[in-house]
Design a protein around this ligand. Structure first.
Ligand code: DGL
Length: 256
């Protein structure tokens, strides 16, 4: 039986546009759901802030999404998941789906070489990442990327500046076989083409698909899926105001 809960929206949040890459995937898989996306552009980046700051910002965003009556939350941000997911799950009684760099799927690939794991400094310094490395860290080189998410925020998905940044980042590994590149920050998914240009035959792995699968699983097991005749939709909100919301809308409508 469907009730109000089934028709309530699913909340997504990130420090900015990165989470839109996850949202895009969720909208395609769940056309009958309503989504509210909150991009905390005003306080971006999260990845160079302390875990305490990110936790406090995440609580504020969470309150805004709960005021919208959300039935589940996706933390579409590896950094906020690392800093705040456990805390939020303790305090809020609804399904909260988080993200982590896709080291596990990378470890399962039958290929030779190192795994380059790109994420924010905050994600890589976090306890959650250390635990992930204990389990799936063999052959993984962790690359904190301060300043990289800003290219996606500026919609600078190609060009000299970005190329130069990536060149410097990857130079030490130029002569090594690379098994996979993990995009451990949702913003980097928008930079896939520029990153992939350095690794023409190497898989680039992100956590988006797995996150949406987990969302669907949690909605199903808690009886919260919207019925097939429900009308889906997306509301985009940014703490940065209408201009930032416009950027998010453009990215949402762009083909993956
Ligand atoms: N998109 C975020 C992530 O997945 C973080 C970007 C940032 O604010 O530094 O980690």
């Amino acid at each position: 039986m469907n009730n109000e809960k089934n028709l309530a929206p699913i909340g997504f949040f990130d420090s900015g546009v990165g989470g839109v890459s996850v949202l895009r995937e969720a909208v395609a898989r769940l056309p009958h759901e309503r989504f509210v996306f909150y991009g905390d552009t005003l306080h971006a980046p999260y990845g160079t802030k302390s875990p305490e700051e990110v936790r406090a910002l995440s609580v504020k965003v969470m309150e805004q999404l709960l005021a919208k009556g959300c039935k589940a939350i996706v933390i579409a941000c590896n950094t906020a998941t690392s800093a705040a997911a456990a805390y939020l799950r303790e305090w809020y009684d609804l399904p909260i789906i988080g993200m982590e760099p896709a080291l596990k799927p990378a470890s399962l690939l039958h290929r030779q070489g190192i795994v380059l794991s790109l994420a924010t400094p905050g994600t890589i310094a976090g306890e959650k990442y250390a635990r992930l490395m204990d389990r799936f860290g063999e052959g993984v080189v962790s690359l904190p990327c301060p300043g990289l998410m800003e290219y996606a925020e500026r919609l600078e998905m190609e060009g000299e500046g970005l190329r130069g940044y990536l060149q410097g980042l990857f130079a030490p590994y130029r002569d090594q076989p690379v098994k996979a590149v993990v995009l451990g920050c949702t913003h980097y998914v928008f930079l896939k083409k520029a990153i992939g240009a350095f690794f023409p035959d190497t898989p680039l792995i992100d956590g988006n698909e797995g996150t949406v699968r987990q969302l669907i699983r949690r909605l199903a097991e808690t009886g919260r899926l919207a019925p097939d005749d429900a009308k889906g939709g997306v509301e985009l909100i940014s703490s940065g105001g209408p201009e930032a919301e416009d950027v998010m809308r453009r990215l949402l409508e762009q083909n993956a």
